[in-house]
Write a protein that binds this ligand. Structure first.
Ligand code: NAD
Length: 289
C-alpha cells in the first residue's frame, strides 16, 4: 500500500520504519528536519508538505503530540487532499471529543477513520510490538487492522469512534494510580523494617500483586529489570504520564465520573513534573515519597 505517515518523532519514526519493512511505500512528513532525516535513512519518501505526502495514498497514519495538532493537520491538509475513500489512522494519544470530531469530519468527506492509540513505549514502537486499541466502525477497523498489525503485536477493537482513546486514558489512569500506590507501599514496608526483596516475594504472590510491581518495579534491584535499575532513565516519561492523567481528568469531568484516586495521582504527577522531573521515568516518583 501507499501510506502517508505524519509525525515521525520518538514513536512515529520506528512505526514508519516498520511499515516500510512490511513492504509498504511510506510518504513521510514532519516539521522536524531531524525526524525527516531519520525517515529517509529508513527508506521513507520525504515530503515538505502534508498535502504532498497524502496525494495518491491508500492510507494516512499520524503520530502527533496532542489533539489540537491532530485536528489542525487533518482539517487543513488531509481531509479533501487525500484521495476519496482513503482510510485514516490516528495513533496519537488525544482527548476523546477531538478524536470523535475529526473522525466525523473525515467520514462526512467520504473517508474512513479510526482512533488507534498505543500502549508500549519507544522500544515497542521500534520493535513493532505495540498494542493498539482501536475506535471506529467494523468496516474502518477491518481496513485499519492489517496496517496496524505491521507495527504491533496486538490490535484490539475497543468500540465505536473515540473508544480507543477512552480505553487508553482509562488504562493509564489506573497505571498512574497503581504506580504511586506501589511506590508508597514499598516505602512503608521499608520503614517498617521489611526486607524489600522479601516483601516483593510475598506481595507479588498475594493480593497486592499488580503490573507496576511485577513488570515495572520502582525499587532498584527488586523484580525484573526496569527503569529503576537504570537510574529511572528511559521507559515512560513522567511528562507523558501527566499528559494522559490530564486527559483522563478532563474526560471524567465531561461525563461526571468520580475519580478520586485518579485525581490524586494527577496532582502528585503534576507536582513532580513541575519540580523538573518531566523527563524521568514515571516510576521515579518513588523518590518523592
Ligand atoms: P515526539 O514529540 O517525539 O513526536 C511528535 C512528532 O510530531 C515530532 O517529530 C514533531 O516534530 C511532529 N509534529 C508536531 N507538530 C506537527 C505538525 N503540525 N505536522 C507534522 N509533524 C508535527 O512525541 P512521541 O513520544 O513520538 O509521541 C507521539 C504521540 O504518541 C503522543 O500523542 C504521545 O502521547 C503518544 N505516546 C507516546 C509514548 C512514548 O513513550 N513516547 C507512548 C505511548 C503514546
Amino acid at each position: 500500500m501507499k501510506i502517508a505517515f505524519i509525525g515521525l518523532g520518538n514513536m512515529g519514526g520506528g512505526m514508519a520504519a516498520n511499515l516500510v519493512k512490511a513492504g509498504h511505500q511510506v510518504n513521510a512528513f514532519d516539521l522536524s528536519p531531524e525526524a525527516l532525516a531519520r525517515a529517509m535513512e529508513n527508506k521513507c519518501a520525504v515530503y515538505d508538505t502534508v498535502q504532498g505526502a497524502v496525494a495518491g495514498v491508500d492510507a494516512v497514519v499520524s503520530m502527533l503530540p496532542n489533539g489540537a495538532i491532530v485536528d489542525s493537520v487533518y482539517s487543513t491538509d488531509v481531509i479533501g487532499h487525500a484521495p476519496q475513500g482513503a482510510v485514516f489512522l490516528d495513533c496519537s494519544t488525544i482527548d476523546v471529543d477531538t478524536a470523535r470530531k475529526v473522525t466525523a469530519a473525515a467520514v462526512a468527506a467520504g473517508y474512513a477513520m479510526v482512533d488507534a492509540p498505543v500502549s508500549g513505549g519507544i522500544a515497542a514502537a521500534n520493535g513493532g510490538t505495540l498494542t493498539f486499541m482501536v475506535g471506529g466502525t467494523d468496516e474502518a477497523f477491518a481496513r485499519a487492522e492489517p496496517i496496524l498489525a505491521a507495527m504491533g503485536k496486538a490490535v484490539i477493537h475497543a468500540g465505536t469512534s473515540g473508544a480507543g482513546q477512552a480505553a487508553k486514558i482509562c488504562n493509564n489512569m489506573l497505571l498512574g494510580a497503581s504506580m504511586i500506590a506501589t511506590c508508597e507501599t514499598f516505602k512503608l514496608a521499608e520503614k517498617l523494617g521489611l526486607d524489600l526483596q522479601t516483601f516483593y516475594d510475598i506481595s507479588s504472590k498475594a493480593s497486592g500483586q499488580n503490573w507496576s510491581m511485577t513488570s515495572y518495579c520502582p525499587v532498584p534491584g527488586v523484580g525484573p529489570q526496569s527503569p529503576a535499575d537504570n537510574g529511572y532513565q528511559g521507559g515512560f516519561a513522567t511528562a507523558l504520564m501527566l499528559k494522559d492523567l490530564k486527559l483522563a481528568m478532563a474526560a471524567a469531568q465531561s461525563v461526571d465520573a468520580e475519580v478520586p484516586m485518579g485525581e490524586k495521582a494527577a496532582a502528585l504527577y503534576e507536582a513532580y513534573a513541575d519540580g523538573g522531573a518531566g523527563g524521568m521515568d514515571f516510576s521515579a516518583i518513588i523518590k518523592t515519597l
